[in-house]
Design a protein around this ligand. Structure first.
Ligand SMILES: C[S@@+](CC[C@H](N)C(=O)[O-])C[C@H]1O[C@@H](n2cnc3c(N)ncnc32)[C@H](O)[C@@H]1O
Length: 209
């Protein structure tokens, strides 16, 4: 069972709506959707959690697929989507992502749960899974958040720029944090890259293949 599987199971029993569990759809995501024009409308969500974003996109007519490493989250997501959605329980760093398949790849508060080397490898796979001119909307935490987020009051550095909280629901789960220049480098293969810092200490990254 993963760290987040425990968080979801606890939530189902009436426990804490930890982190993203209490969040609405990001306002910048709503703005992004309204501005963009998606012809084929197929979307892939990395770390779909309880399916909040996929359910929202289903209403726009998207074909909604996703992955998450928590079995509980995958079950919760499947309940919200139609049977043509493919939602798989798997580790995003090991998943064999198909090539040239999706118009949009999103990932909210997820891809940083590994070392920086793993994150770079995953972003390369995201580039490959997109159709030509496909788009991304992803988030990564800002390096300054290590000083601001309560969870990181006590932490250890397990790899350069990668920290694990020593207490709390996410104890022992790696989180990589980034400065803006690193994000520019990470997404350098994409065009029209827009990087904004939100009020939760996360970089919001938009771009085109
Ligand atoms: C902070 S939650 C965000 C969930 C969702 N994106 C949202 O905004 O509501 C992080 C999610 O990443 C998933 N996750 C963590 N490590 C993962 C991995 N290696 N592979 C796939 N999913 C992972 C967790 O199970 C959890 O659902």
């Amino acid at each position: 069972m993963t760290v987040w599987d425990n968080i979801y199971k606890n939530y189902q029993k009436g426990g804490d709506a930890w982190a993203t569990l209490s969040e609405e759809i990001h306002p910048l995501f709503k703005e992004f959707l309204e501005k963009e024009n998606f012809d084929l409308k197929s979307i892939f969500d990395i770390g779909c959690g309880t399916g909040k974003y996929l359910e929202f996109l289903k209403a726009y007519g998207f074909k909604t697929d996703g992955i998450d490493s928590s079995e509980t989250a995958v079950e919760m997501t499947k309940e919200k989507l139609s049977s043509d959605s493919v939602v798989t329980c798997t580790n995003m760093f090991e998943f064999a992502i198909p090539q040239n398949k999706y118009d949009l790849v999103i990932s909210i508060a997820t891809i940083h749960h590994g070392t920086k080397k793993q994150v770079q490898g995953l972003i390369n796979k995201v580039y490959a899974v997109l159709v030509e001119s496909g788009k991304i909307f992803m988030t990564l935490p800002d390096i300054e958040s290590t000083k601001k987020w309560n969870t990181f009051k006590d932490h250890k550095e397990v790899a350069p720029g990668t920290f694990e909280p020593l207490a709390g629901p996410e104890q022992g789960l790696p989180h990589s944090f980034y400065a803006k220049e690193e994000i520019e480098e990470l997404f350098s293969r994409f065009t029209n890259v827009q990087i904004d810092l939100d009020d939760r200490g996360r970089w919001i990254i938009r771009g085109i293949k």
